[in-house]
Ligand binder design. Structure first.
Ligand code: GLN
Length: 241
């Protein structure tokens, strides 16, 4: 059995689980040769024992400080770091999950907050403003071509972070010790009086994926299909071995 977990301490874990199940059904229907016989199990992760069963993990959107505090309370912070950075298991963070998977985060409360890390990036929390400034933007995600579907993807942004810096882009500086740098997968054009530049809203580094937006709050299963396909098929795992 291949087990995919969703960290279920706070935030949108139900939504991720339901999209994961739909995505798995889609893969079994459309790609039976690879997926039909794969036994998949999707679980909520609340303690180190749950995590130890997982082959891959999603960290949902929500509130990253709350999730980090809850993870520390359940003794999950170190096991999560181990899962991501030592075991190199496929892990995807959305919004607050991206914040937690970054090596550095700005605009955190005084004294900072605990992060899991794994992506050599610095994120700025709440970059796009407050809850009322939430928006949906059509995103170009060319990598979805690998599952045969690259029409615009509805990016849902709610108090979302951006990746303001790739830590390895200007010399050594990797905090994860990885030799491959984080790769930009998606940007959104943002024009404000101060800024007129593409903002980075999706990155991948080896086994770790982070998106500022919330695929779990859409009805669009393509990101989950793509991630499952990449995280759980041998070609991807070989790439990261
Ligand atoms: N602003 C939140 C944080 O920094 C993330 C918001 C979200 O996940 N929708 O944790």
């Amino acid at each position: 059995v291949t087990t995919v977990g969703v960290l279920a301490l706070q935030g949108g874990f139900h939504e991720h689980l339901s999209l994961l199940k739909r995505a798995a059904a889609h893969l079994k229907d459309t790609r039976p040769a690879i997926w039909q016989d794969k036994e998949l199990s999707f679980i909520e992760v609340r303690n180190p024992r749950d995590l130890s069963r997982c082959d891959a993990l999603i960290i949902p959107g929500g509130e990253s400080t709350t999730i980090a505090l809850a993870a520390a309370d359940c003794g999950l912070l170190e096991p999560l770091r181990h899962f991501v950075k030592i075991d190199h298991k496929p892990t995807w963070g959305t919004c607050a999950g991206l914040v937690l998977l970054s090596e550095e985060a700005t605009a955190t409360k005084k004294g900072g907050q605990e992060l899991i890390g794994g992506l050599d990036v610095r994120v700025q929390r709440n970059h796009f403003g407050r809850q009322v400034q939430s928006f949906i933007a059509d995103l170009e995600l060319p990598f979805l071509e690998s599952i045969g579907e690259s029409k615009a993807y509805p990016g849902v942004f709610i108090r979302a972070p951006v990746v303001e810096k790739l830590l390895t882009s200007d010399g050594p500086g990797s905090k994860t010790g990885e030799t491959t740098a984080a790769e930009v997968l998606a940007v959104v054009a943002q024009k404000t009086p101060e800024e007129d530049a593409d903002q980075i809203v999706a990155v991948r580094q080896g086994n770790v994926l982070g998106t500022s937006f919330h695929p779990e709050l859409t009805d669009d299963i393509r990101m989950h299909v793509w991630w499952l396909d990449h995280a759980l098929t041998p070609s991807f795992q070989k790439e990261n071995a």
